[in-house]
Design a protein around this ligand. Sequence first.
Ligand code: AMP
Length: 218
Amino acid sequence: MFIVFIGPPGVGKGTQANMLAEKYPMFKISTGDLLREAIREKTTLGERAKSFMERGELVPDALVIELVNEKVSTTSKDINSFIFDGFPRTIEQAKQLDGLLLSKKSSISVAVNFAMDEEERVTRLSGRRMCPKCQRTYHIKFAKPKIDNLCDYCNVDLIQRSDDDEAVIRQRSSVYWEQTRPLLDFYDQRNLLQTIDASRNIDLVFKDLDNFVANLKK
Ligand code: AMP
């Protein structure tokens, strides 16, 4: 099973992907997390991706596809269900992903569109916090850690992502509308698109997602 999560920054894709991967034997691939990891480890790819991310632009397709290819091919053969969080983000990436899955005699099972009102989304982003160690995301109001500002799992101080700065958020949003949103038509034309109202609370959003997955498993 291959699930694709699509949505502008701040709609809770990462949180929902983690919840799904905790409940089912599914492997989460978040290209944002992989890129941040590459930057921390100062790999050549990370060095090349860094300035695009700092500006809130998309990292070139070839680099992202290289990362995803590597991750899928090095994942244990026992795992055959994946959640792609924040990938694909362009039509070119979607086509390349189709090619990769075809080579595995597989295809996308569902593309989930996380829909949310613009103003609510920006408010949410400004309250987002991240664990610098495990990359889990929290929110100061909607997804609080058990102890204030500490990761529930790693016990380290949470941080605010540098690209959650307001100017960069605005840039990332316009990139979404121009380059990523066309993917909704791409998947809708193939009857693969499901839209979720992501402005509701985390558990209600997860209930919908869980239903999609349960139906796919039937
Ligand atoms: P995210 O954590 O998904 O919000 O991604 C953070 C940043 O990483 C984005 O603003 C892009 O610069 C970059 N990025 C993540 N995924 C992709 C992708 N699929 N294609 C291009 N750039 C990406």
